[in-house]
Design a protein around this ligand. Structure first.
Ligand code: 5HY
Length: 246
């Protein structure tokens, strides 16, 4: 089985780290390819960047679809372009926020989320609401570390994430959800440090995507997620006209 994990930002070092985490949990017969778009923001920390990351994400989904990919993972905690990707992919498409939130709800009564910048907490609340877990999400906290500084030792990112994880537990959470794909490689160390389950969406989405393929389940195509109607696409986005060569 072939799973394509798409990091919707354009930072290759982050894509490599995401790929490593996904491969760690993928089954022996599963091939994981981690990719990022050729265009778009270096990191996604605002609505503007999230919107501008979507064409690149869809570029990678269309390319993967043409290359026989069985399932896709959208490796950004805002789950950007998830619905659009589901419309153009035949196999399952999972967002890391969606997967992490569902996993957390299966291992405790409550959970909390630790994300990067405070300005992204609104999106996290929205997704918790959308996925139906607003009642059991007791906190969304930000460590105020920019995405691209998460792997910079000088930023003390790890210490700040630990502190926010402890705050979330103090607010009554049974588990902590990591609110950024760039935190995926901190997951097990954090869990040992705080003595509670820590959920990383990259690995959760990879395993859930694998399971859906094994169950021979894919996105329903009779209604909302049917292939979009063909129509002309003008200007910069002309190559996104469905039916146009990938
Ligand atoms: C992410 N941004 O997972 C989100 C995290 C965030 O570039 N990859 C990004 O801060 O919303």
């Amino acid at each position: 089985m072939l799973i394509r994990v798409v990091n919707p930002n354009t930072t290759a070092s982050m894509t490599e780290s995401i790929g490593r985490c996904a491969r760690e949990v993928a089954g022996p017969s599963t091939l994981v390819e981690a990719v990022n778009p050729s265009m778009g923001p270096a990191s996604i920390e605002s609505h503007y960047e999230e919107s501008l990351a979507v064409p690149g994400l869809l570029e990678q989904v269309r390319e993967g679809e043409a290359g026989g990919v069985d399932a896709f993972v959208v490796a950004c905690f805002g789950d950007p372009g998830l619905d659009a990707a589901r419309e153009i992919a035949s196999g399952p498409v999972l967002g890391i926020a969606e997967a992490a939130i569902h996993a957390a709800a299966m291992i405790g009564r409550t959970f909390g989320i630790v994300t990067t910048l405070g300005r992204t907490t609104g999106r996290a609340h929205e997704l918790v609401q959308r996925y139906g877990f607003a009642d059991v999400c007791v906190a969304v906290r930000a460590c105020e570390i920019p995405v691209l500084e998460l792997d910079d030792p000088a930023s003390d990112a790890y210490g700040k994430v630990v502190a926010e994880c402890r705050e979330v537990l103090a607010l009554g959470a049974d588990a902590v959800v990591l609110g950024c794909a760039g935190m995926a490689d901190l997951c097990h160390r954090l869990s040992d440090e705080i003595g509670a389950p820590v959920v990383d969406g990259v690995s959760a989405a990879t395993v859930f995507a694998e399971s859906l393929v094994r169950l021979r389940l894919a996105t329903g195509k009779r209604g909302e997620y049917a292939t979009p109607p063909l129509k002309p696409m003008a200007g910069l986005l002309a190559e996104f006209e469905l039916g146009a060569r990938v």
